[in-house]
Design a binder for this molecule. Structure first.
Ligand SMILES: [Zn+2]
Length: 641
């Protein structure tokens, strides 16, 4: 991108910044706050402008751009999309040189007598090479600003100790929501109370032409808000049932976690088919991005049911309580991901349970989602070489991997398999204590430690998890967890489902959840039958190791042209699977690979197979107990305005 003149410091901007600066500015021992102004007026063309005033001392200075992004668990800071970087002192350009080892750092010599430098930079909100969450977070009608994409600051100082004061200009007439405290507004420019770089990066902004802020569970303190930006203004009118469920989510988390670790909480929600899908947790807010009709279309709604409960839960599990290896002092120190099966796995568990407790999932949908996830894990041969622990340890290299041969490589299974392990733990505690205790009690012990607090980080270790579980129900929890984390068993840990009174079976009809999920991705699923995952065009996305399709010699990137003499379609596939049961002949596929065609016979006679949970009669239905709400079923009238 070429430098855009609009990015130059605007005459009079310094005066505006001064006017907007809050009276009480948090000062660290010897430093004034950095001032940062972000201009979103070019967001519709995917261009964000930032101007920073950074207090400095003369001499050698290193400036850092965030590399390891909290919640992303990896070095994904989108530095490839940084452009138009100019560093100046007293109106003169200062030469800078990038560090040859740490590419996120630049070195500058600050001349004598200079106490402040000015930095101009642009962020290109377009797809980049880091796969970062900031890519494409703008369109004609909205922008989601994650501040890590536009901030640069002196290196080697803990980010919790760098004061910073932000201001923001939005396109004319746009409104915005954020957990930052607004202190002033002139036209389309707003100023915020001084904070730290850590909290600024933790407090994204959602801005939109079509925007609405709705209070949730208004009787609860601290206050909770839903900040929605939509491409279609009609989508701002969310269904009353969704709003009721989100208010209930606020109440249920109060009952479950028995603490709050924020001053107020903002669910930022973008409804758009052009702005990227997202789920990024913060202490006092979450950045949630779903489809334009993600909460108005019934099928899409099912697939999005757990998103907000998941990201909200992270305020406790992940942000407040954080694995010690992820509680880094800045965004330069590499993060260690070994406890992500707690950070993400337990959040996955509670995200789904809370979706059911609040009505975002029906009980059937909860079980259907669990069945699909459990069956996928149970049919994943890669588990024989990569154990669950390694999916966490290697998380930063597994996040953006291709689905091709994904069942053999494995991905970030600490999410769904972590969920199975925590269900296993919950049902074990219930059994050990004759239903007097449950994982709910562990949550209070683990997540409410210290009572209600403002945003802060309380790190933990594996040993603390074991000790806290033991305090709820004495057991060999170390052995329990290590066995499941280190296992190379061919099958997934399904004991929690079984102890919950259900078993995983396969039927010839997909559940409503599986239909909705496959519909969302335009995919056909013969995964649990032939061992094929296929997109809407018949292209093979993945082949399950050791499956009938694998044994027939198929692999990803081939395209199925025909099955049993009929041109490929979802219906032709289903019909062929159905007939396979009664036929002694193999299925016959015509497959193209680049410009070569070949006939591939697959020996398979099992019919259609789709996972579901079946109730085991005569056993306690703990799974049904777990998803019962903790709060009264009659909430006050739904909020709205
Ligand atoms: Zn998460």
């Amino acid at each position: 991108m070429t430098f855009h003149p609009a990015r130059r410091p605007v005459p009079g901007l310094a005066a505006v910044l001064f006017l907007l600066a809050p009276i009480a500015i948090a000062q660290s021992a010897n430093s004034k706050p950095i001032l940062i102004h972000v201009d979103l007026t070019d967001a519709p063309r995917h261009l964000l402008h930032a101007h920073l005033q950074i207090p400095v001392n003369p001499g050698a200075l290193t400036l850092e751009y965030p590399e390891w992004i909290p919640g992303d668990h990896r070095p994904s800071g989108p530095i490839d999309n940084l452009a138009g970087v100019f560093i100046r002192a007293n109106g003169h350009d200062l030469p800078w040189r990038r560090d040859l080892v740490d590419l996120y750092a630049v070195h500058v010599d600050v001349p004598k007598g200079v106490a402040q430098i000015e930095v101009d930079l642009d962020f290109l909100a377009v797809p980049g090479s880091t796969g970062s969450d900031e890519d494409g977070a703008t369109d004609n009608n909205m922008a989601v600003l994650e501040w890590n994409s536009v901030v640069i600051f002196p290196a080697h100082v803990p980010v919790s100790q760098i004061p910073i004061t932000a201001s923001l200009t939005v396109p004319k007439g746009w409104k915005f929501g954020t957990a930052l405290t607004k202190t002033g507004e002139i036209g389309d420019t707003s100023s915020f109370a001084s904070t730290t770089v850590e909290q600024l990066v933790d407090s994204p902004v959602i801005a939109g032409k079509y925007f609405r802020e709705l209070p949730l569970a208004p009787e609860v303190s601290p206050k909770h808000y839903l900040d929605v930006a939509a491409d279609d203004p009609d989508d701002l009118d969310l269904k009353p049932a969704i709003l009721d469920s989100l208010s209930k989510l606020v109440r249920e988390t109060g009952a479950l976690y028995q603490s709050r670790h924020y001053e107020s909480y903002h669910f930022l929600l973008s409804l758009s088919d052009s702005v990227r899908g997202e789920g990024l947790e913060h202490h006092q807010s979450s950045d949630n991005g779903i489809e334009e009709h993600g909460f108005s279309d019934d099928d899409l709604e099912i697939t999005n049911a757990d998103l907000l409960p998941h990201e909200f839960t992270h305020s406790w599990n992940g942000k407040y309580r954080r694995p010690i290896g992820l509680a880094t002092p800045d965004y330069h120190v590499p993060m260690q991901d070994d406890l992500l099966w707690v950070y993400e796995g337990m959040t996955q568990y509670w995200g789904d349970v809370l979706a059911a407790r609040t009505g975002l999932f029906t009980p059937d949908q909860y079980r259907e989602a669990l069945a699909f996830s459990a069956a996928t894990l149970d049919n994943q041969p890669g588990r024989t070489w990569r154990n669950l622990q390694d999916t966490a340890d290697a998380s930063s290299i597994l996040r953006e991997e291709s689905p091709e041969w994904g069942n053999w490589r494995r991905s970030q299974e600490y999410y769904p398999e972590g969920e199975l392990i925590w269900l296993d733990a919950d049902t074990t505690i219930r059994n050990l204590t004759h239903n007097q205790k449950s994982l709910n009690d562990f949550c209070v012990k683990f997540l409410a430690v210290g009572g209600n607090t403002p945003p802060k980080v309380v790190p933990y270790t594996f040993d603390e998890i074991v000790a806290d579980l033991n305090s709820i129900a004495p057991y060999d929890w170390r052995g329990f967890l290590r066995e499941r984390l280190d296992s190379h068993a061919a099958h997934a840990p399904l004991s929690g489902i079984e102890r919950g009174g259900y078993r995983l079976i396969y039927s010839d009809q997909p559940t409503a959840y599986e239909k909705a999920l496959l519909g969302k991705h335009g995919a056909a699923d013969a995964w649990f039958s032939l061992g094929l995952r296929i997109n809407g065009e018949g292209e093979i996305i993945d082949v399950r190791f050791d499956s009938p399709a694998f044994k027939a010699g198929l692999g990803p990137q081939a395209k199925i042209v025909a099955i049993n003499g009929h041109g490929y379609s979802d219906d032709v596939l289903k019909s062929a699977l159905k007939k396979s049961k009664a036929s002694p002949d193999p299925l016959e596929l015509i497959v193209s690979n680049t410009d070569e065609f070949r006939i591939v016979p697959i020996e398979y006679h099992g019919g259609e197979r789709y996972p579901k949970l079946e109730r085991v009669t005569g056993t306690p239905a703990l799974l049904d107990e777990i998803i019962k709400p903790l709060t009264s079923p009659a909430p006050p009238a739904s909020p709205g305005k």
